[in-house]
Design a protein around this ligand. Structure first.
Ligand SMILES: Cc1cc2nc3c(=O)[nH]c(=O)nc-3n(C[C@H](O)[C@H](O)[C@H](O)COP(=O)(O)O)c2cc1C
Length: 334
């Protein structure tokens, strides 16, 4: 498998280059990896003359074709772009503009070989994922018109300089595993998010069974699980072969959204992280964009911190187990 990693930043040895170096180390176990930097090529601005609409060629002569040849040699393309003023850097935008001869909105166009997969990593200094989303959208739009299938993306916030990349190795490795093993990703269950009145009798039974198995049977907590909060909750869960394998409930607690009863039955396959990420989006779609609060068992503090939750209380006992209160600020968009 030939994999091309494209540094969309003009900085050859900055944070983007460091993300590429980290990703290349993981991806090289599954293919032949080549890394290029947009700044190594002579790329003139598009003149907007539209000659390419009839000739499928540019009137200017520079390195754009050489970059597209690299694209054409690869089966997997991973564009890694920093945010410059909440967008892709100008150098990469100039390159995209110059790809108009390869754009499928007019005939003839210079086609790339088919069945390429495209991935995107966006990084930025600021904390909100929304801006990474903009960059990912631009690059996936570009992929779409070159008939490269957009297959996945990763946003990395809070990275100013390359020294900050080492702490993000786990996220980059996990993303690279998805690139190398896309079937595993396809098999992941979809999130169900339902109000109490929308749940079937079997779903309610399976949810209560999962909660009782984890909290009462495994963790030996003695409490009345059916506490009426379920009636006002959004129930977020994965269901596999009719069984609930991950679950949480979300409900309004004054101005905030409160998460509770968080559990996973199958461990170690990223279910917990996916459940949280998808449920944050589902809960905010349902209750509005609000801060999310939860009482977390203190051994899970590190897990929630990686999802941008911060600790807002000292340790306290709940049902005999040490907890802390954590919150995900309203500005943190998943
Ligand atoms: C000109 C310029 C504009 C930037 N604009 C933003 C921005 O709008 N939002 C943001 O979060 N970070 C912004 N950054 C920070 C970069 O996204 C961040 O430092 C990134 O890690 C740089 O990667 P690089 O060293 O590979 O270029 C900007 C950096 C530069 C140089």
């Amino acid at each position: 498998m030939k994999i091309l990693l494209v540094n969309c930043s003009p900085v050859k040895n900055g944070a983007t280059a460091e993300v590429i170096k980290t990703a290349a180390a993981f991806l090289s176990s599954g293919g032949e990896v080549k890394c290029i930097c947009i700044d190594d090529y002579d790329i003139k601005y598009c003149k907007g003359c539209r000659s390419c609409h009839t000739t499928a060629e540019c009137v200017q002569r520079d390195d754009v074709t050489a970059v597209l040849e690299e694209f054409d040699r690869a089966e997997i393309i991973v564009c890694v772009s920093p945010s410059y003023w909440a967008d892709i850097p100008g150098q990469f935008k100039a390159f995209i503009d110059r790809c108009t001869p390869w754009c499928n909105t007019h005939e003839p166009y210079a086609k790339l070989k088919s069945e390429k997969r495209g991935y995107t990593i966006a990084l930025r200094t600021g904390p909100s994922m929304r801006e990474c989303g903009r960059i990912i959208e631009s690059i996936e739009h570009f992929y779409g018109h070159l008939e490269i299938a957009p297959c996945g993306s990763l946003g990395l916030c809070s990275i100013e300089y390359k020294e900050a990349v080492a702490a993000r190795t786990d996220e980059i490795r996990e993303f690279c595993e998805k690139i190398l093993n896309p079937q595993a990703t396809e098999k992941q269950p979809k999130l169900k998010s339902k109000l109490f009145s929308e749940l079937s009798a079997a779903e309610i039974y399976e949810i209560l069974k999962a909660r009782s198995k984890v909290f009462q049977f495994e963790q030996n907590i003695h409490y009345l699980d059916e506490d009426d909060v379920d009636y006002k909750s959004l129930h977020c869960f994965f269901e596999e072969d009719g069984r609930v394998t991950a679950y949480l409930r979300a409900y309004l607690d004054s101005e905030n959204i409160r998460f509770g009863r968080v559990l996973t039955i199958t461990h170690g396959i990223g279910h917990g992280k996916r459940l949280m990420e998808l449920s944050i989006t589902a809960a905010r779609n349902h209750f509005g964009s609000r801060t999310i609060i939860m009482n977390a068992q203190n051994h899970a503090e590190g897990f929630y911190r990686k999802l941008d939750f911060v600790t807002t209380s000292a340790e306290f006992l709940e049902e005999g187990i040490v907890h802390i209160e954590m919150e995900l600020d309203v500005t943190k968009v998943n």
